[in-house]
Design a protein around this ligand. Structure first.
Ligand SMILES: Cc1cc2nc3c(=O)[nH]c(=O)nc-3n(C[C@H](O)[C@H](O)[C@H](O)COP(=O)(O)O)c2cc1C
Length: 187
């Protein structure tokens, strides 16, 4: 199997990380891969905010939890008050992927960029996971104030984040099971 197909099959969502930070070169390579993703009309209106400061990541998590605590959803309320809840699994790097919400393809563009970053990371031996919690809370006042400080553009919505780091190999990764009958070929 060629390297790219092998890389696609190797990528997994990792939810436990060591404290080891990824190198600046690797971070730049991963971010550059995002920039090469396709985008509707080639508008490239997205923005990538990479956060590697542990204190800021914890503060971001606190803001998200405060937003969850205000939710009507009991499951989110529970997360909001859970001391140990960390939406980014304590990964040393989090890339916030945002876009102009007025572009109807904004989410799709971001998803393409995110998958490019996942695959670039996998090829470098770096683990990753899509983190959705900022997507649902980015318009909460406190969260917005905090991400504005991080320089996420004010007119952007967050469509996803990616946790990046080295997998804690003590944590078991479930075997990937591919569902059947998902493909139709009409000839
Ligand atoms: C749009 C999207 C949102 C996701 N959000 C989260 C998330 O917030 N937290 C998380 O742990 N995993 C998240 N995931 C990862 C999925 O749970 C994961 O891709 C799926 O279970 C398949 O596992 P795999 O990625 O290891 O193949 C998300 C994936 C996608 C595509």
């Amino acid at each position: 199997m060629n390297e790219i197909l092998n890389n696609i099959k190797q990528r997994r969502s990792v939810r436990a990380y060591t404290k080891q930070q990824i190198s600046e070169t690797d971070l730049n390579t991963i971010l550059e891969a995002a920039l090469y993703a396709p985008s509707g009309m080639n508008y490239q209106t997205w923005h990538f905010t990479a956060v590697q400061n542990n204190d800021k990541l914890q503060l971001l998590n606190d803001c998200i939890k405060k937003a969850f605590a205000k939710s009507d959803d009991l499951h989110l309320q529970e997360r909001g008050s859970n001391q140990s809840y960390c939406c980014y699994y304590h990964a040393p790097t989090l890339v916030i992927v945002s876009n102009e919400s007025t572009q109807w393809w904004a989410a799709m563009d971001c998803a393409c960029a995110i998958q490019n970053m996942f695959l670039a990371a996998t090829s470098l031996g770096i683990s990753s996971c899509w983190i959705n919690q900022l997507g649902t809370t980015c318009d909460d006042d406190l969260v917005r104030e905090f991400i504005t400080e991080l320089e996420v553009p004010k007119n952007h919505k967050v469509y996803g984040c990616i946790a990046l780091g080295y997998a804690d190999n003590n944590v078991f990764l479930k075997k990937k099971v591919i569902k059947e009958e998902l493909i139709t070929i009409v000839r």
